[in-house]
Design a protein around this ligand. Structure first.
Ligand SMILES: C[S@@+](CC[C@H](N)C(=O)[O-])C[C@H]1O[C@@H](n2cnc3c(N)ncnc32)[C@H](O)[C@@H]1O
Length: 266
C-alpha cells in the first residue's frame, strides 16, 4: 500500500480539507453547532464596535464566514489552502449565499484583498509556528483594516505565562480525544476512512490524520499531521507583536474557561 505523509503544514491543510469535504455528512451538523457556539460572544460585541464588514482570514471551508453572513454582515473569506477556497463557495451556495472567497496567506492580504474591512477575524493566527510569521501576518492583517477597525482572534487567557504553558498543554491533553476511528464514507468509486491519532508535544497537541482510501482494487493512505491546538504563544507575545506593527489598543473579551478573544484596534 502506498503511504504519503505531508511534510509541511500547507500540504496537511490541503489534504485535510480534501477528505473532510468528502466525508462531510459524518461531521457537518455537529460542526455547525460548534461554530455558532464559538462565535456567540462576538455577536454581542460586534454591534458595539459598529462593525459592518468582516474578513474571515482563515476561513477553511467557510463555516464561520457563512455564519457571519447569516447574521447580516458583509463578509468575505480567505485562506492559504487552495483546496479550502475551492470548496467554500460550494458550501455557501448550499446555504443560498454568494460570498467572495480568495486564496491568501495572512502576510499577502494587502495584495490579495483589494479592499479594506471594519474587522478581520481569525481562528488560527494564534497558532502560527514562528515569531517571524506572527509578525508578518499581523502586518498583513493591519494593512487591510480601516482606521479604527478591529482584528479579532482567539488566544489563551493572559494568566498563562510562558513558564506555565506546559501546564496548559497537560490540561488540554487530558480532555483531548487520543484515538478516533470514523466509519468509512462511500461515494462513487471511493471509500474513505478517517483515523486520528493524537500525541502530546512540547508545543501542543499533534493530530495525525490518517485517511485510508480505497478505489476498487487500489488502496492508499494519506497522512496529514496538524498541530491542534498549537500552544506556543502567550497573550503577552501577541500584545507585543500587535503593538510593534502599529495597533493602538489591545483588549480582550472572555470566550470560555481559559480562552479569550483578543481585540486589537487599529
Ligand atoms: C482551524 S483551520 C480553520 C477552520 C475554519 N475557520 C472553520 O471554522 O472551520 C485553520 C486554517 O488556517 C489556514 N492557514 C494556516 N496558516 C495560514 C496563513 N499563514 N495564512 C492564511 N491562512 C492560513 C489553514 O489553511 C486552515 O484552513
Amino acid at each position: 500500500m502506498e503511504v504519503s505523509i505531508c511534510r509541511d503544514e500547507l500540504c496537511s491543510w490541503n489534504t485535510l480539507w480534501k477528505w473532510t469535504w468528502f466525508t462531510r455528512d459524518l461531521w457537518i451538523s455537529e460542526h455547525w453547532e460548534n461554530t455558532k457556539r464559538a462565535l456567540d460572544p462576538l455577536f454581542v460585541f460586534l454591534p458595539k464596535m459598529s462593525v459592518k464588514s468582516i474578513l474571515d482570514c482563515s476561513c477553511g471551508l467557510g463555516f464561520k464566514t457563512i455564519t457571519f453572513a447569516k447574521e447580516g454582515y458583509d463578509v468575505e473569506g480567505s485562506d492559504a489552502s487552495h483546496v479550502a477556497i475551492k470548496y467554500a463557495p460550494q458550501l455557501a451556495k448550499e446555504h443560498g449565499l454568494s460570498i467572495r472567497f480568495f486564496h491568501s496567506f495572512f502576510k499577502d492580504l494587502p495584495e490579495k484583498a483589494h479592499r479594506i474591512y471594519d474587522c478581520v477575524y481569525s481562528d488560527y493566527f494564534d497558532e502560527l509556528g514562528s515569531y517571524e510569521e506572527l509578525r508578518e501576518s499581523a502586518r498583513g492583517i493591519y494593512s487591510v483594516l480601516k482606521n479604527g477597525g478591529v482584528f479579532i482572534f482567539c488566544s489563551c487567557s493572559p494568566k498563562w505565562a510562558k513558564s506555565k504553558l506546559n501546564e496548559l498543554i497537560e490540561r488540554v491533553w487530558k480532555d483531548h480525544e487520543k484515538f478516533e476511528i470514523n466509519p468509512p464514507v462511500k461515494r462513487e468509486n471511493l471509500e474513505v476512512t478517517h483515523i486520528a491519532i493524537a500525541e502530546k508535544t512540547s508545543e501542543g497537541i499533534l493530530e495525525n490524520n490518517i485517511f485510508l482510501i480505497r478505489e476498487k482494487e487500489l488502496m492508499w493512505a494519506e497522512i496529514a499531521p496538524i498541530m491542534n491546538p498549537r500552544i506556543k504563544w502567550t497573550y503577552w507575545d501577541y500584545v507585543k507583536i500587535l503593538k510593534d506593527v502599529g495597533f493602538r489598543r489591545i483588549e480582550y473579551i472572555e470566550k470560555v474557561k481559559s480562552e479569550i478573544f483578543v481585540i486589537a484596534i487599529k
